[in-house]
Design a protein around this ligand. Structure first.
Ligand SMILES: NC(=O)c1ccc[n+]([C@@H]2O[C@H](COP(=O)([O-])OP(=O)(O)OC[C@H]3O[C@@H](n4cnc5c(N)ncnc54)[C@H](O)[C@@H]3O)[C@@H](O)[C@H]2O)c1
Length: 98
């Protein structure tokens, strides 16, 4: 099974890495090119204990992929997780624009 995770932040990166650790093929997508390039070189944009070793292991095993190309990621995905930011606006409602 192949899944796509859109947004590779706190939620998306941890979700994607853990699904890959279960043996699922995962493509993590982000609009931030620097973040995606860093992840390909095992540079974590966030700190979660043990995350770097899970990412490195599954990236090297070819189960975990990183890209800015959303089209290629969703075309082959059976399940798509949306994990982009939804920050609160002044009136308290979530900003869904991302
Ligand atoms: N972090 C938490 O503990 C937590 C807990 C509960 C719920 N949530 C919810 O989960 C969602 C994600 O939160 P987060 O903390 O992971 O956010 P985050 O800011 O850490 O990550 C969001 C990522 O999405 C990327 N992004 C933005 N627009 C994009 C687009 N159009 N396409 C691809 N990538 C895009 C950003 O570059 C960023 O890397 C939010 O709705 C948040 O409210 C987060």
């Amino acid at each position: 099974m192949h899944i796509a995770v859109i947004g590779t932040g706190y939620v998306g990166l941890v979700t994607g890495a853990c699904f890959a650790e279960f043996g699922v093929e995962v493509t993590c997508v982000d609009v931030d090119e620097k973040k995606i390039e860093g992840l390909k070189n095992n540079i974590m944009p966030i700190y979660e204990p043990g995350l770097d070793s899970i990412v490195e292991k599954n990236y090297k095993a070819g189960r975990l992929h990183f890209t800015t190309d959303i089209k290629s990621a969703v075309e082959q995905a059976l399940v798509i997780f949306l994990a982009v930011g939804t920050p609160p606006q002044e009136d308290g409602s979530p900003d869904m624009s991302y």
